[in-house]
Ligand binder design. Structure first.
Ligand SMILES: [Zn+2]
Length: 429
């Protein structure tokens, strides 16, 4: 997985395409393009090799229509395993023949039935079966190819995820109006599938963006179990240099009510059990007096103002270990120190980002008033989720706007120079 993601982070990858149509013309006796894997393997390999020689960095297995439903229509259902396994084998053979280290993607296409014609369980089983057959033969990643209906796309993504954690490329076919024939808008796809992968990579406002849900797929990591070091390392490895970190926080001051957006400028660490450095040997001490990126903070404040969501332009975020909320006494004590926000995830994210010379900027959304503050009655999870849900689309729009307005380079940025003069115990990714 690392290999594929690193390559995607470094450069655009050129893929092949249209294997099926080409083979259908080339192998006229095949009942469908995928049968060529069994009856004309040398032609499949030759086509793959031609694509590699033409510059493809990624080739897709000739298995687009090799799901049990489509194969049954061609009376090839008993050859399901064989067709898929041969698809992978031939692509890998072509890679050997061409002598270039291209990525082999397991291709999965739609089932070819109308919406509602198949029960959701049958749909899931068909996709999962194909994914398992492809993965067993050693693909590097998966491509869900030319889908048009969101429901089917999600069923396929879920099914692939039920058998493998390999990277997943999701593709939809759209018309001039940027919508599929089933009315699915291309721009709605990234958000719809973001939760299926540890990191989704895409483009926002012409810039390459990686989206990493810090709590993992299905929100599996509570705040104290989040793999903070792996997360920041993965982002840096993908080529990310600026991190925008939306986070739900409690307010320690009556002036920040629920729904307030705060771009904090200071941080207090009250966590206890989290690994908070990459530098476990040598003398490496990064400056951290100003924990957040001044450049991105200004851009974020400006973008929020322009969007009509006037933010608090400063604040001190105290990060607690959690997952429990604060006691009344803790909360009063934090407030008495002049700290204004309390959260559970802002640390060690910020310092790890600094250690990797990344810009890091929290976008803190106040979801509740902490115990003991003003009339605060103590926080419940329901309060937090309610306010977060009410503001999520606003926050998403704001992130897109900030991305669009970030300065092009970060040469003068203190974060970019955080490691100047420090001898690191390892090479940065
Ligand atoms: Zn910066």
């Amino acid at each position: 997985m690392a290999r594929t993601l690193q390559r995607l982070g470094r450069e655009p990858l050129v893929s092949d395409g249209g294997m099926g149509s080409l083979l259908q013309t080339a192998v006229v006796r095949a009942r469908c393009a995928e049968e060529a894997n069994l009856i004309a393997p040398e032609q499949v390999v030759a086509l793959h090799v031609a694509f590699i020689r033409a510059g493809a960095d990624l080739i897709q297995t000739n298995t687009y229509g090799a799901n049990p439903v489509k194969l049954a229509a061609h009376k090839l259902d008993d050859r399901f395993e064989a067709v898929n396994q041969a698809g992978v084998k031939l692509a890998r053979e072509a890679r050997e023949v061409a002598g270039r280290d291209v990525l082999v993607a397991g291709s999965i296409g739609p089932l070819g039935v109308a919406a509602g014609e198949l029960a959701p369980d049958a749909m899931a089983a068909a996709f999962a079966g194909q994914a398992a057959a492809l993965e067993g033969r050693g693909v590097d990643l998966f491509v869900l190819e030319t889908f048009t209906a969101l429901e089917e796309l999600l069923a396929a993504a879920r099914a692939v995820r039920s058998v493998t954690d390999l990277p997943l490329i999701v593709q939809v076919t759209v018309g001039d109006d940027a919508e599929t024939v089933a009315g699915l808008a291309a721009r709605a796809v990234p958000a719809a599938v973001a939760g299926f992968d540890p990191i989704a990579v895409g483009e926002v406002a012409g810039r390459r963006v990686a989206f990493l849900p810090r709590h993992g797929r299905d929100h599996r990591f509570p705040p104290h179990k989040i793999p903070y070091r792996a997360n920041m390392w993965a982002l840096r490895s993908l080529g990310v240099r600026r991190v925008l970190a939306p986070t739900a926080v409690g307010s320690l001051t009556p002036s920040f009510g629920p729904g307030t957006l705060v771009i904090p400028d200071q941080l207090v660490d009250r966590t206890r059990m989290r690994e908070q450095t990459y530098f476990d040997e040598g003398a490496c001490h990064v400056p951290f007096a100003d924990p957040y990126c001044p450049t991105v903070r200004s851009a974020a404040i400006m973008a929020a103002r322009e969007s009509g969501w006037v933010p608090a332009g400063s604040g001190t975020l105290v990060v607690i270990e959690g997952p429990r909320f604060s006691t009344r006494a803790e909360s009063l004590w934090f407030a008495a120190q002049g700290w204004t926000l309390v959260g559970m995830t802002g640390h060690p994210e910020a310092v790890l980002a600094r250690e990797l010379a990344l810009c890091y900027t929290p976008l803190a959304l106040v979801t509740d008033t902490d115990a003991g503050v003003d009339e605060g009655e103590g926080v419940t999870q329901a309060d937090v989720f309610e306010v977060f849900a009410a503001n999520i689309s606003r926050l998403r729009d704001l992130v897109a706007k900030i991305i669009a307005e970030l300065p092009a380079d970060r040469e003068d940025d203190l974060c970019a120079h955080a490691l100047d003069g420090i001898t690191l115990p390892f090479d940065l990714p």
